[in-house]
Design a protein around this ligand. Structure first.
Ligand SMILES: Cc1cc2nc3c(=O)[nH]c(=O)nc-3n(C[C@H](O)[C@H](O)[C@H](O)COP(=O)(O)OP(=O)(O)OC[C@H]3O[C@@H](n4cnc5c(N)ncnc54)[C@H](O)[C@@H]3O)c2cc1C
Length: 456
């Protein structure tokens, strides 16, 4: 076995397949998880993707010369090895940009994160935030709401953190767990004081400078992986049925049946168990009880240049349908036609509730009305609208998630099915964590390295 270092070309790991026509590894789903895993595993793996294009959640869409991702996507990571790997893969295809986010509060922009922009608030609000940060009796920490109060104090919690999080998660923070946020550091007292006095401070510094593709939007990342593994991707292969066989697994799209010794699922888990035969009722129930939010993205193309110079703005207000607007022209002037600008408005929803149940036209009307009311657009400048809906967008960390995941993971292990990726593992992962998970999966499958789990 030949083992090369961890580079853009992936590991060179060749097994002898001459005795069998079976491929070793069948990977379901061609998002970043499936593509990067195939790059690690090498020749003896195959990716099956239902769409005509790979990329999943990391796809980029184009309309009338305007480009937009499925919500704001940037390249950043605390994981230095993976970030270096992503940049190595992209080899000079990215720009480094400075984050200029804001929070829209009482009709003005407050620097992001909120606790670093306090000087922009009214004096009463500044006092409320600073005093309650300093005098912050700690409560027993049982849920996300407790964590918010303990970390930020009542002022910051009630002005921004609770309304914004209730809006994006469509669930009260008191019903959510904390496994995904406990790594977020408590803001230093010195930063709160400085920010209140108007002395520049920065928070969430790991994403203060980020990388973004010069061309092609965020999809350049999955596209680059596709280039590295071309020849072992089957597009337009919507997996319809998966069965165990004496030699491993058979997978069909209803037209063609393929066989693999090992199966790795990167598809959303809810859809995977619909195509897998004989899922035990207990496991089915655990998966049915895993909750997620869907996402609607409305792209607004404008025939005028932006004067904002912002990456994105967060909107905690209940009477605005979108929670975040990303200014796509900030990522490169080539992402909009000359003299134009664009806004990508993100809206989360439960699948069985509004706004998901509204028509695209009704959602668009609410977006444009909200943007105009707050002074972000003049409706006469709107020249293009595009709407994209994504069923599985955000994993919800509700009270039952961990219990249900334990059932899922135990069953997958018994069945010898590998789970890898955001909605296969049901973990709030960005592309960097997804690639880390793919590397771990590669190491588990091949006995290489010391893999660890991200499954928080
Ligand atoms: C709004 C938003 C903002 C984000 N921002 C960032 C960011 O700033 N930076 C960052 O790094 N990450 C960000 N992410 C996360 C990033 O998009 C994901 O972590 C990553 O794209 C997930 O990749 P994946 O392969 O795990 O899953 P997916 O992208 O969901 O891939 C699963 C694939 O399976 C395919 N599939 C499904 N069913 C079948 C079937 N029956 N047969 C065959 N194939 C099937 C799908 O078509 C898809 O291609 C963001 C995500 C969202 C939603």
């Amino acid at each position: 076995m030949n083992f090369q270092k961890f580079t853009a070309a992936g590991y060179d790991l060749r097994t002898n397949t001459s005795e069998s026509t079976l491929k070793e590894y069948g990977i379901l789903g061609g998002g970043i998880a499936g593509l990067s895993l195939s790059n690690f595993l090498g020749e003896d793996s195959e990716v099956l993707e239902k769409d005509s294009e790979c990329g999943g959640l990391s796809r980029t869409y184009e309309k009338d010369g305007f480009y937009f991702d499925l919500g704001g996507h940037i390249l950043f990571s605390n994981d230095k090895e993976i970030l270096a790997y992503e940049l190595d893969i992209l080899k000079g295809k990215t720009n480094q940009l400075f984050r200029k986010n804001s929070i829209w509060f009482k009709g003005r922009h407050v620097k992001y994160p909120f606790e670093n922009g306090l000087a922009a608030l009214d004096k009463e609000d500044i006092f409320d935030c600073v005093y309650n940060f300093m005098e912050n009796p700690q409560r027993p920490q049982n849920n996300f709401e407790d964590w918010i109060y303990n970390t930020f104090g009542k002022g910051l919690a009630e002005k921004y953190m609770i309304p914004y999080n209730s809006k994006i998660w469509k669930m009260p923070p008191s019903e959510m767990g904390t496994a995904w946020v406990e790594r977020v550091p408590k803001p230093p007292a010195a930063d709160i004081m400085k920010s209140a006095l108007g002395i520049e401070t920065e928070g969430y510094v790991h994403q203060l400078y980020f990388h973004y593709p010069k061309e092609g939007g965020f999809q350049t990342l999955p596209r680059t992986f596709e280039g590295l593994i071309e020849g072992r991707i089957k597009r337009n292969f919507g997996v319809k049925e998966v069965r165990k066989t004496p030699n491993g697994w058979s997978v069909t799209d209803g037209k063609e049946t393929l066989e693999y010794k090992r199966l790795i699922n990167t598809m959303p888990i809810h859809d995977f168990v619909k195509v897998l035969k004989d899922v035990p009722p207990k496991v089915q129930k655990a998966i049915d009880d895993l909750n997620y939010n869907s996402l609607i993205v409305v792209m607004v193309g404008l025939n005028c240049e932006s004067t904002l110079d912002k990456t994105s703005t967060y909107f905690p207000q209940e009477d605005l349908i979108f929670h975040r607007v990303v200014f796509f022209d900030y990522f490169g002037k080539n992402y909009v036609p000359p003299g134009c600008s664009s806004m990508v408005c993100e809206i989360t929803s439960r699948e069985d509730k509004k706004p998901w149940l509204l028509s695209d036209e009704e959602i668009t009307e609410q977006v444009l009305e909200g943007l105009a009311r707050e002074g972000f657009i003049n409706r006469d400048n709107v020249i293009t609208i595009a709407v994209q809906r994504t069923k599985y967008a955000y994993v919800l960390y509700d009270a039952n998630r961990e219990k249900n995941l334990a059932i899922l993971y135990e069953w997958a292990k018994e069945e010898n099915i590998e789970l890898c990726g955001r909605f296969a593992e049901f973990v709030y992962m960005n592309s960097d964590t997804v690639i880390r998970s793919a590397k771990n999966c590669f190491e588990r499958l091949t006995g290489q390295g010391n893999s660890y789990s991200n499954r928080g």
